[in-house]
Write a protein that binds this ligand. Structure first.
Ligand code: AMP
Ligand code: GLY
Length: 414
């Protein structure tokens, strides 16, 4: 197949690495891609959030399948334009992408579909804000309604900080005040063709910048999969109580969801609840989920894109475990330093360790770190002790001045 992957992060590099492992020999493009992706795909410098530009490229290159990685092109309607031009695309329409693009919309869909989630109040001014904060009490959960690159959510014991955060986002639109949900978090992805879903394997993400969940929220500092501590019926329960009702509700509204429904879940004392939906593969969870996928990826995504999910075999995952450690630039997430050379990636790679590039570029002689999250080191092993040893020994070989990473990924897991 001729496949175009839209995006430029470690998630997109991971998707491309998985496609390159398929038994079928695909022709791969990435737009705009990054330095690491050039090993497996041809990178095309184009504006990935511009529906017209992406569609013109896909049509003129005779692309069979477009896979959209990040949320921004989806919310901008890139999938809509591609579909109109007759191109198969894995990724929802702008209307369906509102499940991530607007937290208030997601709450409304969940309420209509009977999907368990925290109670939330949408507020649009100071008075409503204070009322809502007084109703929930501490810890306070305040969320910007729209896309905010993972920075829109604040969980805090301090009412002053909650107010400050909310007032900032109220300048741009509504803010959600949400009930605090207590319990372990799980990310579970479902492929959807608009009507049918197929689950992938659960993963856990480490969102805070530093060990022991200290420091600010980030885009994600590491992940592991599978989660040996989950109940056996976890995936089936989430499929029946969350994924299927949501997909059915979206279809009923005439905005079927085609692509990947990312269920961000909390296991509370009163059951599994949705903390958020995303409308695309998670980063860095994808790195560990796809590292364990042993059946081909392209046929699955193509089937989802063409309403044929009932006719494909469910994905198969290896018994090996996987973890990923994100190497971040100095100052990430507040003020990442960029432009520094990064070394040792070849030495760090092996049969059981792969590197997914996120923010890298060649300047002619050196490979440079060009942003906050620079690479994801992905290690597999027969258990987490083995995968940790491999992953941490590999990341130790990478040189990037001032960089940091968490040392507790998958620590103490079975
Ligand atoms: P989100 O961007 O919605 O995934 O939120 C980022 C992180 O904030 C989540 O992974 C949780 O750790 C935390 N969070 C969000 N909403 C809640 C909530 N209602 N209760 C507790 N923690 C939350
Ligand atoms: N890992 C969190 C996300 O992809 O949104």
């Amino acid at each position: 197949m001729k496949i175009l992957v839209v995006g430029s992060g470690a998630r997109e590099h991971t998707i491309i690495q998985a496609l390159a492992r398929d038994p079928e020999n695909h022709q791969l493009w990435a737009a705009p891609g990054n330095a690491g992706i050039t090993a497996e795909a041809e990178v095309v410098a184009l504006n990935a959030t511009n529906p017209k530009v992406v569609t013109e490229f896909a049509v003129s290159s005779d692309i069979d399948l477009v896979i959209i990685g990040p949320e921004a092109p989806l919310v901008a309607g890139v999938a809509d334009r591609l579909r109109k031009a007759g191109v198969a695309v894995f990724g929802p329409s702008a209307a369906a992408a509102a499940l991530e693009g607007s937290k208030a919309f997601a709450k409304e869909v969940m309420a209509a579909a009977g999907v368990p989630t925290g109670q939330a109040w949408s507020v649009s001014d100071h008075t409503e804000l204070i009322e809502a904060l007084d109703r929930t009490g501490a810890p306070y959960v305040v969320k910007a309604d729209g896309l905010a690159s993972g920075k829109g959510v604040l969980v805090t014991e301090s009412k002053e900080r909650a107010i400050e955060h909310a007032e900032f986002y109220l300048q741009h639109g509504d803010v959600l005040v949400e009930e605090f949900l207590n319990g372990p978090e799980v990310s579970l992805f479902f492929l959807s063709d608009g009507h049918t879903v197929l689950p992938l394997s659960p993963a856990q993400d480490y969102k805070r910048a530093f060990n022991d969940d200290q420091g600010p929220n980030t885009g994600g500092m590491g992940a592991y999969s599978p989660l040996p501590w989950l109940d056996d019926d976890f995936v089936a329960t989430v499929q029946a109580t969350i994924a299927e009702p949501t997909i059915a509700e979206m279809a009923k509204r005439g905005t079927p969801f085609v692509g990947l429904l990312y269920c961000g879940l909390v296991i509370t004392d009163t059951g599994i609840k949705v903390i958020e939906f995303n409308v695309r593969f998670g980063d860095p969870e994808t790195q560990v989920v796809l590292a364990r996928l042993s059946s081909p990826l392209a046929p699955l995504l193509y089937a989802a894109a063409t309403e044929m999910l009932t006719s494909v075999e469910a994905p198969v995952f290896s018994d090996d475990v996987a973890l990923t450690i994100v190497l971040a630039s100095e100052g990430y997430p507040e003020d990442p330093q960029s432009g520094r050379p990064i070394t040792g990636l070849d030495e760090a790679s092996s049969e059981s360790v792969s590197i997914a590039h996120a923010a890298t570029a060649w300047d002619g002689t050196d490979l440079l770190a060009t942003g906050g999250r620079v690479v994801s080191v992905v290690a597999v092993g027969s258990d987490f002790a083995e995968a940790r040893t491999r992953g941490y020994s590999a990341i130790g070989k990478i040189g990037l001045e001032g960089s940091h990473f968490r040392t507790d990924i998958a620590q103490g897991i079975g």
